[in-house]
Ligand binder design. Structure first.
Ligand code: ADP
Ligand code: MG
Length: 425
């Protein structure tokens, strides 16, 4: 069970802030406002200058940051050419750095003091650790013809690792900005997201869709961002300003994810192949509707269930966008509930702990919508709540969830923030 040492007492909202003691990230339960408030630029620069052997020039120091993300709706649709609706969130990775001319990206993790270097012109084979995300990004940027430069840097993070909030994409995007000349990558945020996705697919070896890198690169403050994973058309979808985004971690590590992910991909491919026997023009589940699915003769029950989830989930993304525009939060709540039920019953990637968190959340007055988010089998749920409902939600989860699951939940109240950027002085 995941149980961080620095976990505050239950019953307090967790907000990311940097601690006074050497920049190690802790959650102090303070409710703070403002964007990127978890990153204190001056303190980070001072810490960088305090590193052993530091000889950089203060005027040359840059601070870059990249956010994690929470997917509001559109789960498992990305590799089916469908729609997703994530928001970049203010749980982030920041790097303070000074450019170097030694051809190396040398990074110290503030949380552990560990330092590692990557030869950016010849990254070699993947090492199987966090440096792969830096090395893979450097390699793919160079392959795409983007300028890359070495640096000496210090990394701080307020984003939990391996929890389904895309710390890997945040690390890739923060690395991309650190490796780029001042002002950031020479390509559009979407193109940068695609390069970072290639780093994760081809160098790290994780078969992910574009959503995580897209959200971390293209996030918009106060909005979710919709991506059409086929056409790559994308746009901001304003969130009602009064809504609070709550992310609740089940305390269940996502151990089954990678094998189940590959199985689900295969199930979806089988469904496409079966429909294609009648409809040769079909390329992906995106092209299929429920009638076409019903006409397929050579379709097994499992593939049919998976396909139904994807077809209906794509519709739910578009309906959610409409409901948000119309300020129809009751409808958003219905769509989130239907998405969760479908992920539980048809796509079969939920677990009892996620179901319970959704049940408690949806039953709390003032919580407008709740569903599991990310790949499932543990990890997080997302809930949209009115501000005065959040204390009650946390109290209910504190009271009921550990008693019924023996798991320790973690709750973050987050804000939708802009994609990766450089913090100005
Ligand atoms: P997720 O993207 O959902 O957080 P992943 O398994 O895709 O989970 O990525 C987690 C990995 O990213 C970690 O195991 C680590 O290698 C790397 N990583 C993320 N954040 C950090 C960090 N702050 N410091 C070092 N490595 C990190
Ligand atoms: Mg990841």
């Amino acid at each position: 069970m995941e149980e961080p040492q620095d976990r505050p007492p239950l019953g307090r909202l967790q907000r990311p802030t940097l601690a006074d003691d050497g920049g190690i990230v802790r959650y102090d339960g303070q409710m703070t406002t403002g964007t990127h408030e978890g990153i204190d630029r001056e303190r980070l620069v001072a810490q960088l200058e305090g590193l052993a052997g530091w000889s950089g020039d203060r005027d040359a120091v840059r601070v870059v940051r990249a956010p994690g993300r929470v997917n509001l709706i559109g789960e498992y649709t990305d590799f089916n050419d469908g729609y997703v609706l994530p928001a970049a969130i203010d749980l982030e990775i920041a790097i303070a750095l000074a450019p170097t001319d030694d051809g190396r990206a040398t990074l110290t993790l503030a949380a552990t003091g560990e330092t590692a270097a990557v030869e950016i012109d010849d990254v070699g084979v993947a090492a199987g650790d966090w440096t792969d995300y830096v090395a893979g990004t450097a390699r793919e940027m160079a392959r795409a013809g983007q300028p890359v430069r070495g640096f000496r840097g210090l990394l701080v993070s307020t984003l939990p690792e391996g929890s389904g909030l895309s710390s890997s994409a945040a690390l890739e995007l923060a690395s991309a900005w650190a490796l780029s000349p001042a002002g950031g990558p020479a390509v559009t945020p979407l193109e940068m997201a695609r390069v970072a996705q290639r780093a994760e697919n081809e160098y790290v070896g994780v078969r992910c869709g574009l959503m995580d890198q897209f959200a971390s690169a293209c996030g918009v403050a106060g909005s979710a961002v919709m991506l059409d994973c086929r056409t790559l058309e994308h746009r901001a979808v304003a969130l009602p300003p009064e809504l609070v985004i709550c992310v609740i971690h089940s305390g269940v590590p996502r151990t089954l994810v990678s094998s189940a992910y590959n199985e689900r991909r295969a199930d979806c491919e089988r469904a496409v192949a079966a429909v294609r026997l009648q409809e040769p023009g079909v390329r992906a589940l995106r092209d299929i509707d429920l009638e076409m699915l019903a006409r397929a003769t050579d379709l097994d029950r499992v593939a049919e269930m998976r396909a139904r989830h994807i077809i209906e989930e794509n519709d739910r993304v578009l309906e959610t966008i409409d409901a948000l525009a119309a300020h129809d939060l009751a409808r958003v709540g219905e769509l989130f509930a239907a998405s969760h039920a479908s992920l539980r019953d048809l796509f079969q990637v939920s677990c009892p702990e996620l179901d319970l968190l959704v049940e408690i959340s949806a039953g709390t007055p003032g919580v407008m919508a709740a569903r599991m988010t990310g790949a499932g089998f543990g990890g997080c749920i997302v809930a949209l709540a009115m501000p005065d409902a959040v204390d009650d939600l946390w109290a209910r989860i504190e009271r009921d969830y550990p008693a019924r699951t023996s798991r320790t939940p973690r709750l973050w109240q987050v804000r939708a923030v802009a994609g990766a950027s450089e913090l100005s002085v």
